[in-house]
Design a protein around this ligand. Structure first.
Ligand code: NAI
Length: 334
């Protein structure tokens, strides 16, 4: 099969070429993001391989169908950027990588928590400047703190396991939680109770119409004063303006983000010599108690290898039977 790989970075190329060794598909690597304007670049391809910020809306999908593409193979778990109804209507199958390394994301979540709590980002800069003062670096023991896990799925449960190791009390909110959560001492509560009870709130739910702006002004007001909020799920689960207001009022004591609702114009690019035009993002960067990484939680050797293997397996399945291994369809959005 011919696969047009959009949003390609050198690391995508390396892992996909390795995974494709035995299958022998033809891989066309395209740096551009996939959208209505770039979709015609896929002409002649049987499948496109897309990533988190590619815009697979109706217009893009129509252009892909026109170009002869029959499969969208997402090299990520989330599929909020795909209009599944349009794909179905156009006869395009959509596949994803449902699980690659939940550990990668869970461990990065913990990295954000530890760095924010012990102010590692500030200490690193201070020590390099010869400033060894401790003022402003006061943290807290994680042991005995209550951690609220929003979305107790594959990543949420791994995160919960790690936090249990720190001696934290675990509460979770999820309409269909991993049953393992209770076995490790976690307690499922409703969302308002989680907000009231957690010292650290960590988001691990998918972005759906129901979870868009789940953390809004009302949710921020319901959280414990000084709460630590961590988002490694999808940016739009948090209303960024509400989070900024929460930081200004002190209700949010620490904010750790690996994702941002308008990240499509920023992340995965080197913009270091450009002016950031997103004022909301720029405001976030001014807070000493905010730590942002650019959607890198998934980015480990193990995860990249697993993503590439599953992506190629999806295309192999499609080539053999007309169906990919891990397809998503409209009913998954419910
Ligand atoms: P999963 O499907 O195993 O778990 C998600 C859980 O969220 C499920 O148990 C589901 O019942 C729950 N959920 C759904 N709606 C909810 C709601 N309204 N409130 C609370 N819980 C709700 O998915 P997995 O693999 O754990 O991934 C979670 C999310 O993490 C993905 O959808 C993706 O958006 C994000 N992600 C981020 C990455 C990064 O690099 N930052 C990498 C991989 C995933």
């Amino acid at each position: 099969m011919r696969i047009a790989v959009f949003s390609t970075r050198p690391y995508d190329r390396r892992f996909l070429e390795e995974a494709n060794g035995r299958s022998g598909h033809v891989l066309d690597f395209i740096e551009a993001r996939l959208g209505p304007g770039t979709a015609p670049l896929a002409r002649g391809a049987d499948a496109v391989c897309a990533f988190v910020n590619d815009a697979l809306n109706r217009a893009t999908l129509a252009a892909l169908a026109d170009a002869g593409v029959g499969l969208v193979a997402l090299r990520c778990a989330g599929f909020n950027n795909v209009d599944l109804a349009a794909a179905e209507a156009l006869g395009i199958r959509v596949a994803r990588v449902p699980a690659y390394s939940p550990h990668a994301v869970a461990e990065h979540t913990v990295a954000l928590i530890l760095a924010l709590n012990r102010k590692i980002h500030r200490a690193y800069a201070r020590v390099r400047e010869g400033n060894f003062a401790l003022d402003g670096l006061l943290g807290f023991d994680l042991r005995g703190r209550t951690v609220g896990v929003v979305g107790v799925g594959k990543i949420g449960i791994e995160f919960a396991r790690i936090m249990r190791g720190f001696g934290c009390t675990l509460i979770g909110a999820d309409p269909a939680p991993d049953p393992e959560f209770a076995a490790i001492g976690g307690r499922i509560v409703d969302f308002p109770e989680l907000l009231r009870g957690a010292d650290i709130v960590s988001l691990h739910c998918p972005l759906t119409p129901a979870t868009r702006h789940l953390i809004d002004a009302e949710a921020v007001a319901a959280m414990r004063p000084g709460v630590m909020l961590i988002n490694t799920s999808r940016g739009a689960v948090v209303d960024t303006k509400a989070a900024i207001d929460g930081l200004k009022s002190g209700r949010i004591g620490h904010l750790g983000l690996d994702v941002y609702e308008e990240e499509g114009d920023l992340f995965f690019e080197d913009l270091s010599d450009q002016v950031i035009r997103d004022d909301v993002f720029a405001r976030l960067l001014t807070f000493p108690n905010v730590l942002i990484t650019g959607h890198q939680a998934f980015f480990t050797e193990e995860a990249m290898r697993a993503i590439a293997d599953t992506t190629i397996a999806n295309v192999d399945g499609f080539a053999r039977t007309g169906r990919a291994l891990h397809e998503v369809s409209v009913d998954k959005l419910a």
